[in-house]
Design a binder for this molecule. Structure first.
Ligand code: FA5
Length: 338
C-alpha cells in the first residue's frame, strides 16, 4: 500500500506540473482528489491493512493528500494570474529578443525653422527678445504710426479683446517696446506668435513671425540687403537670388517686399511661384522717423532698418509644403517626417 501511495503521489505531481490551462484543473482534481479517485479508494482500504502498519500508513496518506491539495491550490492561483495577464498559451518568454524602444518625440517643424532663423541672426550679433501675445492697441498700431481709422489697420483683420487690448497682429510692436527702453546702437530680433482673422491655404489665424531691426548712425538700405542676403544664403543656399519690390508699411519709409527666386523651380516658373519665378518672402524697410519720435530717438542722428518674416511661409518654402494648414492638423504621419 505504501508503494501505491507513493506512486500515486509521484504521478499526481508530474501531471500537475504539466498543466497549462485553467480548463484542465477540474479533470485533474476529479482524477486525483475526487471521491471516486484511486487515492480515495486507497484511503478506504486502509482499514484492511495490518494493525501495526495502520497508523504509519494513515499518517503518510494524510500528508500526501494535504501536500497535493496545497500544490493544486498554488497551481490554480498561478493559472488564474496568467489568464488575467493574457499570458495563457503564450510561448515562453524569449529573453534574447531585442527590447522595444519608445519612439522619440521631435520639435514641431515650425519650431525647428524658428530656432534655425534665430540661430542665424544670433550668429550675426542680434539679441533676442520676446513680448506679450495680448498687446495694447497703442503698441500694435499707434506707436507704429497707424492711428485709429488709418486704412492700414484693414490689412490686419484684428482679434480684439476689448477697446484697447488685442491679440497682436504682428511682431512689430516689439520695435517700440525695445526702443523705448534702450538706446542705439541696437540689433534685435523678436520671435513669437501673431494672430489675424484669416484662413486659407497660405494663411492661418495664428502664425509665427520674427521681427528684426537694427538702429545706429548711418544705417542704409544697403545694410538691410546685406543682412537679408546672408540670412537667405544660410537658410536656403548662396545661389538663391533675392529682389526688393516697392511696398508700403506705415512704420517704414521706404518700404519693400522682399522676394526670393522660387526654391522649387529655381526661377524658371512653376505652379508654386505662379509662373513668375519669384516667391514673396518678407516685409521690410527703413524705420520711419515718426516711429523714432515716438520712442524719443532723434531721426536726424539715427537711422535703422526693420523686417518682419512669416515663419510658416519660410517652413513651406524650405520643405516644399503647399498648404500651410498641414502644420496645424497634428497628423503624426505629416509631423514625423521632419
Ligand atoms: C507685417 O506683418 C509687418 N509687420 C512686417 C514688417 C516688419 C514690415 C518690419 C516692415 C518692417 P505682413 O502683413 O506682410 O507684414 O506679414 C509679414 C509676413 O507674415 C508675410 O510675408 C507672410 O509670410 C506672413 N503672414 C501674414 N499673414 C499670415 C497668415 N495669416 N498666416 C501665415 N502667415 C502670414
Amino acid at each position: 500500500m505504501e508503494e501505491e501511495l507513493l506512486r500515486l503521489q509521484q504521478e499526481a505531481c508530474r501531471d500537475l506540473a504539466a498543466l497549462h490551462d485553467l480548463n484542465d484543473l477540474e479533470p485533474f482534481r476529479v482524477q486525483y482528489l475526487g471521491r471516486k479517485s484511486e487515492f480515495t479508494g486507497l484511503m478506504r482500504q486502509l482499514g484492511q491493512a495490518a494493525e501495526a502498519d495502520r497508523p504509519r500508513l494513515g499518517k503518510l496518506a494524510n500528508e500526501i493528500k494535504i501536500d497535493l491539495e496545497k500544490l493544486f491550490a498554488a497551481k490554480k492561483t498561478e493559472l488564474e494570474e496568467a489568464a488575467r495577464l493574457g499570458l495563457t498559451g503564450a510561448p515562453a518568454l524569449d529573453l534574447s529578443l531585442p527590447g522595444r524602444t519608445a519612439p522619440f518625440g521631435k520639435l514641431h517643424p515650425v519650431t525647428q525653422v524658428m530656432e534655425e532663423i534665430c540661430a542665424i541672426f544670433e550668429g550675426m550679433g542680434f539679441g533676442v527678445a520676446e513680448g506679450p501675445d495680448v498687446e495694447t492697441d497703442f503698441y500694435n498700431f499707434e506707436a507704429l504710426n497707424i492711428p485709429k481709422h488709418h486704412p492700414a489697420r484693414d490689412m490686419h483683420d484684428t482679434f480684439y479683446v476689448n477697446e484697447s487690448l488685442l491679440l497682436r497682429t504682428h511682431t512689430s510692436p516689439m520695435q517700440a517696446r525695445i526702443m523705448e527702453k534702450q538706446r542705439p546702437p541696437l540689433r534685435m530680433i523678436a520671435p513669437g506668435k501673431v494672430y489675424r482673422c484669416d484662413s486659407d491655404i497660405t494663411h492661418t489665424p495664428m502664425f509665427h513671425q520674427v521681427e528684426g531691426f537694427l538702429v545706429d548712425r548711418k544705417v542704409s538700405f544697403g545694410d538691410l540687403r546685406g543682412i537679408l542676403g546672408v540670412f537667405i544664403a544660410k537658410m536656403f543656399d548662396d545661389k538663391t537670388a533675392m529682389r526688393a519690390r516697392p511696398s508700403f508699411f506705415p512704420f517704414t519709409e521706404p518700404s519693400a517686399e522682399i522676394d526670393i527666386a522660387c526654391v522649387i523651380c529655381r526661377g524658371q516658373g512653376c505652379r508654386v511661384c505662379k509662373q513668375t519665378g519669384w516667391l514673396e518672402f518678407l516685409g521690410a524697410g527703413m524705420i520711419d522717423p515718426e516711429v523714432f519720435k515716438q520712442v524719443g530717438y532723434d531721426p536726424e542722428e539715427y537711422s535703422g532698418f526693420a523686417f518682419g518674416l512669416g515663419v510658416e511661409r519660410i517652413a513651406m518654402l524650405k520643405y516644399g509644403i503647399n498648404d500651410i494648414r498641414l502644420y496645424y492638423e497634428n497628423d503624426l504621419r505629416f509631423l514625423a517626417q521632419f
